[in-house]
Design a protein around this ligand. Structure first.
Ligand code: PAF
Length: 280
């Protein structure tokens, strides 16, 4: 595995190689969820680039940016073990050099849910993802379903800007008790770790009701809220969306519904989601 830090170096590396390239964009603090993305890329491509860049543009709280875990050596060792071709680890000055001023703006699908509670987050995320796709020239890029709204917006980005890259979605990786794997889980104290299972329980409650035939979004949302009340938690949102628009469902069709939620457990903000019509 080689480590590159400059966009030009990554571009030259790519130009000197034939065969397909998979990109796994990350902010580091790698866990089994990231490993699944890397494994998928390794299986489907001749080369795999993993980027680690804690993107300042997508943090709306300085404290969240500062406290974001950065176990650099551990991440590097893990990627080497997996068989990654390139670790791309640019510094902020390489990604956002002096004079930088052009950014991507998320469309309506980025307005609600995460977009509402983290203003500017998706514009920053899309800006860096576009940069990474262009810098690497990747044929495929891998994203986890845990960040379902991000995945939706990245798919839109690629389509709307005619970027020649296939976006591959990988299922959410969960702990044995259902908690979705996330770099932020390390911040949970033991008591909050127990309470954090409420997210998966709330989503599962909605799915059970849906599978019994409930089609009123409000009733599904109430089922999620009941789980949170019992756990002594207050959701930022617990909602049902249409996966094709990331808006509240309109009309009768319920074939693409997803329950989405965000909750602060202690000082840690967690998000999760579940397709209502699937058994993952
Ligand atoms: O999901 C993430 O870790 C980040 O949002 C991403 C896609 C690496 C962009 O910074």
């Amino acid at each position: 595995m080689i480590v590159l830090e400059q966009p030009e170096a990554l571009r030259s590396w790519r130009k000197a190689r034939t065969g397909s390239l998979g990109l796994v964009p990350t902010m580091g603090s790698l866990h089994a969820g990231h490993e699944a993305l890397v494994q998928a890329s390794l299986q489907q491509n001749d080369h795999t680039v993993v980027s680690i860049f804690v993107n300042p543009l997508q943090f709306n709280e300085t404290q969240d940016f500062d406290s974001y875990p950065r176990p650099l050596q551990e991440d590097e060792d893990r990627l080497r073990r997996l068989g990654t071709s390139v670790l791309y680890r640019p510094k902020p000055a390489a990604m956002y050099p002096e004079g930088f001023e052009t950014t991507v703006q998320a469309g309506p699908g980025g307005g609600g849910f995460e977009g509402e509670f983290r203003p500017g987050h998706f514009d920053g995320m899309l800006t860096v993802v576009l940069k990474l796709l262009l810098q690497s020239g990747a044929d495929r890029a891998y994203f986890g379903e845990k960040d379902a709204q991000q995945l939706y917006l990245v798919r839109r980005l690629v389509e709307d800007f005619h970027v020649d890259c296939e976006i591959v979605a990988c299922p959410t990786q969960r702990e044995a008790d259902g908690l979705a794997m996330s770099s932020r889980n390390v911040h949970l104290n033991p008591e909050d770790r127990v309470r954090s299972t409420a997210l998966f329980q709330a989503l599962s409650a909605a799915r059970v009701l849906f599978q019994k035939g409930e089609r009123r979004p409000q009733a599904l949302e109430q089922a999620m809220q009941a789980v949170y009340r019992q756990a002594g938690l207050q959701a930022e949102y617990a909602a049902v969306v249409d996966d094709r628009t990331f808006q509240k469902p309109a009309g009768e069709s319920s074939g693409n519904w997803r329950a989405v939620t965000a909750v602060r457990v202690g000082s840690t903000r967690l998000i999760d989601n579940l397709r209502l019509d699937a058994g993952d």
